[in-house]
Ligand binder design. Structure first.
Ligand code: SAM
Ligand code: MG
Length: 214
């Protein structure tokens, strides 16, 4: 049977990236997606914004919603300081299987916990599963209609502290209108838009960075 896109993406990593070198993994995926097949990674352009938010926040506990093949997972984890942890959530087992191999190729498996399941089921279990109290940074990049309910769920579960950062991808394309309306108008957040382009295209898209004020 024919291979899937995630399998071909993994093959490109194994062919073109150096084991244990996360930046070479990121580069190999960007090359594959720009020149061979588009895929829904945050991509190189928005990825630079993601990098600067991660570096500036210097988080200890990071939550990522939506792993796909592990592109942003590798980007984020490669910037974390030694004792930091990234928990990433993916409900598609085929994608999770590829992501584990991409993460291992980058040599980042010790920093990352990939959890298989739906965000709405896992968010209430984060504290007991991982002993985390609150997340310093959350990267929202799963299905767009889940950003708002999952944000409210994280609030309800006490996973956000004063100063926690939510970074949301694709707020323009495909777009997350209900989330943007909420996060920009709630007095509990201070929110800022970073204009960019949809991964590997010239279509406008951007990231919304929102600091929880408590
Ligand atoms: N963050 C990845 C990157 O930039 O490399 C891309 C993630 S992709 C845009 C979205 C992923 O979220 C898909 O793999 C999808 O299966 C997963 N997903 C969507 N809704 C989810 C949910 N409610 N719980 C867990 N995973 C979900
Ligand atoms: Mg995205």
């Amino acid at each position: 049977t024919r291979s899937t896109r995630p399998q071909r993406l993994l093959a490109a990593v194994q062919k073109n990236a150096t084991r244990g070198d996360p930046r070479s993994v990121v580069r190999a995926i960007d090359q594959f997606c720009r020149h061979k097949e588009w895929a829904m990674n945050v991509g190189d352009e928005k990825g630079c914004i993601l990098d600067s938010v991660v570096s500036e926040a210097n988080p200890t506990y990071v939550l990522e919603l939506g792993t796909y093949c592990g592109y942003s997972t590798v980007r984020i984890a490669s910037l974390l300081s030694p004792n930091s942890k990234l928990i990433t959530v993916e409900f598609n087992p085929e994608y999770a299987k590829i992501a584990r191999q991409v993460i291992a190729w980058a040599g980042l498996q010790d920093k990352i916990n990939l959890v298989e399941g739906a965000s709405g089921d896992l968010i209430p279990k984060m504290q007991e599963m991982f002993g985390v109290k609150t997340f310093d940074l959350v990267f929202l990049d799963h299905w767009k209609d889940r950003y708002l309910p999952d944000t409210k769920l994280m609030e309800k579960c006490g996973l956000l502290r004063k100063g926690s950062i939510l970074l949301a991808d694709n707020v323009i394309c495909p777009g997350t209108p209900d989330y943007l309306e909420y996060i920009r108008n709630s007095p509990q957040y201070e929110s800022q838009y970073f204009k960019s382009h949809l991964e590997y295209t010239k279509v406008e898209d951007g990231l919304e960075k929102s600091v929880f004020l408590g």
